[in-house]
Design a protein around this ligand. Structure first.
Ligand SMILES: Cc1cc2nc3c(=O)[nH]c(=O)nc-3n(C[C@H](O)[C@H](O)[C@H](O)COP(=O)(O)OP(=O)(O)OC[C@H]3O[C@@H](n4cnc5c(N)ncnc54)[C@H](O)[C@@H]3O)c2cc1C
Length: 388
């Protein structure tokens, strides 16, 4: 395995996840990808061992660890050849509930989530007609007789078919009636089993990667009042906190992907003989690998900075965004280098490079696209005029 400077961070967790992942070799994930299936056996083992409850406090049956530890778990899954995209929702959605939920909600859900009996893998924010312009979402939740009636549409909502609960962002006050456009939105816990077929319709979207994701249609879906998380109208603020966790975890997954690509590229460059010498002896082959490795190392520093701030309950929006940008860029560069180093063999499914290549490409677009990170940095860090 590659010797990396941050190897010592949470070494016990790294060793445990690596050991768990040896039960799920490349062939397992390759087959799941070919079949467009869900890695159920892998998720069962991961959940059964309590790894997805890492951030749940011990009083609720979790391990009480922070985002740093959680990010190491995600990183190691991707570094071992798997894809944390199948499970990462459990980590960041749980953190939204943990930070903003009432005592009654935490008592009701967290022990079951910690025990691996409940999955909270989905978060529904994106809408087809508003895209990244989140404050313009049209899905509404209107309070009536002790419940909310939800109408509208969402798109690209992941893991709905492998989740029991979903966090939903909806407008509770029309945009025209709020002082600030970020006000008047609320978040809810949706019991998916009760909702599907009773006001919620789910339509899967076939896509580039094996990432189960869907269109959602809400037609007078009833949500009990007690499923509102925090205060009505403050949902955007709560969701941002969860998004910072999500961006940081995804940065860690990209770091894991990056190391995977570098390891594969290095191994192949040492073994493949062309013109009577290993291809890695050529500077034209080895320098791009070294370049990609340096980029991953730099991104990793920002990832740990974002984790540290989040765990200290300090503002971390800038670092979470920058970590996600740097790590997604670095993993994509490493993916390209790995593909190029393998020549034609990089295209063969049995090398798994084309699968990981597709998987890591997603993170330039989701959960936030690169341009939107640039505009965040330009406006919030550099004081440039808002561009939209
Ligand atoms: C596989 C997958 C899974 C997903 N899972 C989820 C999920 O579970 N839950 C969820 O809520 N969402 C999910 N998403 C949605 C994802 O977060 C969005 O696709 C992403 O935020 C981009 O939004 P959009 O697709 O609407 O692009 P748009 O907002 O339509 O933007 C299109 C392009 O234009 C650029 N652009 C737009 N406005 C500007 C501007 N002002 N300046 C410069 N550039 C601009 C964007 O950067 C982007 O490149 C998922 C998406 C995918 C592909």
């Amino acid at each position: 395995m590659l010797n990396t400077p941050d190897e010592h961070e949470h070494q016990e967790i790294r060793d445990a996840i690596r050991s768990l992942c040896t039960q799920f070799p490349d062939e397992y994930f390759r087959k799941i990808d070919e079949q467009r299936a869900y890695p159920e056996a892998f998720v069962d083992v991961l959940m059964g061992a309590g790894w997805l409850s890492a951030m749940i406090p011990e009083e609720y049956g979790g391990s009480g660890l922070g985002l740093t530890a959680a990010s190491v778990i995600m990183e190691e899954i991707n570094r071992s050849g798997g894809n944390s995209g199948a499970v990462h929702g459990q980590m960041y959605n749980m953190s939204t509930l943990l930070r903003n939920g009432s005592k009654a909600q935490k008592d009701k859900y967290l022990p079951a989530i910690a025990a691996g009996k409940l999955r909270i893998q989905s978060m529904a924010v994106t809408e087809p007609t508003t895209g990244t312009d989140t404050t313009k979402i049209k899905t509404s939740a209107v309070k009536k007789d002790g419940r909310y009636l939800v109408n509208g549409q969402k798109v690209w909502i992941s893991r709905v078919q492998h989740s029991d609960l979903m966090i939903l962002l909806a407008r509770t006050t029309p945009l025209s009636e709020v002082k600030k456009k970020s006000e008047g939105m609320s978040i809810f816990i949706v019991d998916l089993h009760a909702a599907i077929g009773n006001g919620l319709t789910v339509r899967p979207i076939p896509n580039l990667v094996n990432h189960e994701t869907n269109e959602l249609f809400f037609d007078n879906l009833e949500i009990p009042e007690e499923n509102l998380i925090g205060e009505e109208g403050k949902g955007f603020k709560y969701i941002l906190d969860g998004l910072n966790a999500e961006r940081t975890l995804i940065a860690a997954e990209c770091i894991g992907d990056g190391y995977w690509f570098i390891e594969r590229a290095t191994k192949y460059a040492n073994e493949r003989i062309v013109f009577d010498r290993p291809i890695g002896k050529n500077q034209g082959v080895q320098f791009p690998i070294a370049d990609a490795f340096i980029e991953i190392e730099a991104a990793n520093l920002m990832r740990f900075k974002a984790c540290e701030l989040f765990d200290a309950q300090q503002p971390c929006g800038a670092q979470a965004n920058m970590a996600k940008y740097l790590a997604a860029k670095a993993s994509w560069e490493a993916a390209n280098v790995c593909m190029q180093t393998h020549g034609g063999f990089g295209f063969a499914n049995e090398y798994d490079i084309e699968r990981k290549f597709r998987e890591t490409r997603l993170y330039q677009v989701a959960p936030i696209s690169t341009n939107l990170i640039f505009s965040y940095v330009a406006e919030h860090l550099l004081g440039l005029p808002r561009s939209f």
